[in-house]
Ligand binder design. Structure first.
Ligand SMILES: [Zn+2]
Length: 204
């Protein structure tokens, strides 16, 4: 297929007003060398950059979420939680990857900002839903880290709130605390009505 045939291909997905790209937790602590590095996490960054390009080209909004913990957050080992210290507010590990090309007008959503409360969904305890509604968003395109935690729980909440959801299958990676967690999460997202897509599904 040559490029000229793509725009007229009815099988391809056309981005439209009311769409948003939600880039999930592309932070240094979840990437190679980070305190909670996710296998293959770095591989999604160039793919997400291509999605960002597609949304920016259409004048569509880009949101970025970040895990944004205070010191001594309840999810850390020393507080009895399941994770090593990660994404402490303002530390280098909490910063977005320098390789991620977020547009200057990106809406940043910080989550799990309270010491005694964990949040795996980007909707939990944040103003994400009100931002989306103010922007007239109906369809969410979600990628990033991690498949089996923040992406999964954000997708479930988004569906519960009535949004149409597309999971960017080529731009997510799982923690896989238990083998197969990522695959089970992907199946669960499909079961709640989210559609899996890849870059090739987008109309040029
Ligand atoms: Zn966290």
């Amino acid at each position: 297929m040559n490029a000229a045939t793509k725009p007229s291909d009815p099988e391809r997905l056309h981005l439209q007003p009311g769409d948003v790209l939600l880039v999930t937790d592309i932070q240094n602590d979840f990437l190679a060398g980070g305190s909670l590095a996710v296998a293959g996490g770095d591989e999604v960054v160039p793919v997400l950059n291509r999605y960002i390009d597609a949304f920016v080209a259409q004048g569509l909004p880009v949101y970025a979420t970040r895990d944004w913990h205070p010191p001594g957050h309840c999810s850390f080992y020393e507080q009895g939680g399941p994770w090593p210290v990660h994404c402490v507010q303002g530390t280098p590990g909490s910063a977005f990857s320098a390789a991620l090309r977020l547009p200057p007008d990106t809406t940043v959503i910080s989550k799990a900002t309270l010491q005694n409360e964990e949040a795996y969904s980007s909707f939990h305890g944040t103003d994400l839903d009100s931002h989306l509604r103010a922007d007239g968003i109906r369809r969410l395109f979600i990628g990033g880290l991690t498949t089996d935690y923040c992406v999964l729980n954000s997708v479930k909440d988004a569906r519960g709130l009535g949004y149409e959801v597309f999971v960017l299958a080529d731009a997510i990676r799982a923690v896989n605390v238990q083998p197969g967690d990522g695959q089970r999460a992907e199946a669960e997202m499909t079961s709640v009505g989210a559609r899996r897509i890849t870059l090739d599904d987008l109309a040029a």
